[in-house]
Ligand binder design. Structure first.
Ligand code: FRU
Length: 484
């Protein structure tokens, strides 16, 4: 190439806005948040403060596989458009022992009454995270530590008397802390993973913690427990009635080859969580929804988001300079059905701002970031990312909502990735209406009543795949989606 032509080419490439550059990166979601580069897992410290939602997350600043765990950080005013900020809390070395401490999953709270007295005035952010002490990549011990920020999460200081909670165990992690106004105290839920136990602690100052009670083993114990959360939800159509939900991450509903999330519905009296539930209940039936927790300090609604990935293949997914993304923030509800109390999930209402244009036909779709509303009579379905023999199928068969990604494109990177997900709809329906949110390499399916969700990643190989409707399925709404 002649030097002048090369210069023109360089000028052209650099004149593209960052957004345009992102949009041509293979598999990069356009409306789901993913950090610009490197490895990401669990959401951490979800909290709302002064008009900003904070999303901290498990992050490796040095590579595209798990390691050097630190807290990455992004903020949003609307839960849709996120701005990535510098790493918030980093892994650190102990100069005397040479051991290093990774910053594992945890929580952030607004210390509205300056209970720690670490900040000069009320309202600073406190993070309580698992300090994972390790030597030569061998975990030695996990305890809980604290950091504080007086500039809305931009910079953090670690508390100089860390850790604040240590029970002398190698595995003891993922604190979720929230304010319990009835007794004016802070509550922490965290897990002893290999004992399938959630422990509940209380504190007045976030520094000294007192064990109140334990829950478990219960429900699904096929894999270790991680990332618990405890929150109260109003029961739909039953004014004044509420229940408490204990959610946690562990085995997948399809068995322990994969990870997934389960929940318990019960009561919490300020000290103890109890549940009469007999069988395990699961949050999402896809393979890619894990470590979800809810935001602190959000009034009048409960919003959860999860990590879109699965430990079984997370380190191998064929994305480029980044690995890992987060789900659509979901508003949670609780419904009393004939089968008992069930969680409901809907994309937060702000998600509707991603709808760019309403289209009349799926043939008009020009991008792989879109939303569909589809009515599925029994025996019908829809192909997404359809090109030649490559396709991802969503359908309703024998009363089961399913997503089949066995022919979805790149599946070879890990032997268990090519899977079919399904959930039995109760009672068996003649038809089911679903909302499908497609974003380059992630699909989130919500039944419109919110009772069933399937979240899966796919890695199609064709550039202009289409949508194909099968056996009486009706596409009722189609939108192109994009962020502002
Ligand atoms: C869950 C998890 C947590 C831990 C973190 C480490 O995915 O294993 O239990 O704190 O990831 O990155």
């Amino acid at each position: 190439m002649k030097p002048f032509a090369l210069l023109v080419l360089i000028a052209f490439i650099s004149s593209c806005s960052p957004k345009e550059k992102i949009s041509i990166e293979q598999y990069r979601p356009q409306v789901h948040y993913s950090p610009q580069k490197n490895w990401t897992n669990d959401p951490n410290g979800l909290v709302y403060l002064d008009g900003e939602y904070h999303l901290f997350y498990q992050y490796n600043p040095y590579g595209t596989t798990w390691g050097h765990m630190s807290w990455g950080h992004a903020v949003s005013t609307d839960l849709v458009n996120w701005k990535e900020l510098p790493v918030a809390i980093e892994e650190y070395l102990d100069a005397t022992t040479g051991d290093s401490t990774m910053i594992f999953s945890g929580t952030a709270v607004v210390d509205f009454n300056n209970s720690t007295t670490l900040c000069n005035e009320p309202g600073c952010l406190i993070s309580i995270y698992t300090s994972h002490l390790h030597r030569n990549n061998q975990g030695l011990r996990q305890h809980q530590s604290l950091a504080y920020s007086t500039d809305k999460g931009r910079t953090w200081k670690r508390y100089n008397k860390n850790p604040v909670l240590d029970i002398d165990r190698k595995d003891f992690r993922d604190p979720k802390v929230f304010w319990y106004p009835e007794r004016e105290k802070w509550i922490m839920a965290l897990v002893v993973p290999d004992l399938y136990k959630v422990q509940l602690y209380e504190s007045k100052d976030l520094l000294a913690w007192n064990l109140m009670s334990e829950f478990g083993p219960a429900g699904d114990t096929l894999r270790i427990w991680e990332c618990p959360d405890l929150f109260e939800l109003p029961v739909e159509d039953q004014p004044g009635k509420t229940k408490w939900i204990l959610s946690l991450s562990g085995s997948h509903p399809a068995g322990p080859t994969f990870v997934g999330m389960q929940y318990f519905v019960g009561e919490f009296d300020g000290t103890t969580f109890t549940s009469a539930q007999l069988q395990p209940l699961y949050v999402d039936f896809g393979k890619d929804y894990y470590a979800g927790i809810v935001f602190n300090n959000v009034k009048d609604r409960t919003i959860m988001l999860g990590w879109v990935n699965n430990w079984t293949y997370a380190n191998q997914i064929p994305t480029g300079k980044w690995r890992g993304m987060f789900s659509i923030p979901r508003e949670l509800g609780l419904k009393e059905t004939n089968q008992g109390f069930r969680l409901t999930q809907q994309p937060v209402k702000e998600w509707e701002t991603t709808r760019q244009q309403e289209l009349n036909s799926v043939t008009e779709l020009q991008t792989q970031t879109f939303e569909l509303e589809v009515e599925l009579p029994e025996g019908s379905g829809i192909h997404l990312f359809k090109s030649g023999t490559e396709q991802t199928t969503i359908g309703l068969r024998d009363g089961k909502l399913f997503l089949d990604r066995t022919k979805s494109g790149r599946i070879e990177f890990q032997k268990d990735f090519a899977s079919v997900e399904f959930v039995t709809i109760e009672p068996k329906p003649e038809r089911l209406t679903i909302r499908i949110l497609v974003d380059q390499s992630v699909i989130e399916v919500f039944s419109t009543d919110g009772l069933y969700t399937i979240t899966d990643q796919v890695f199609p190989t064709h550039t202009n795949p289409g949508v194909e409707v099968l056996g009486g399925a009706k596409v009722k709404k189609i939108w192109n989606s994009a962020r502002k």
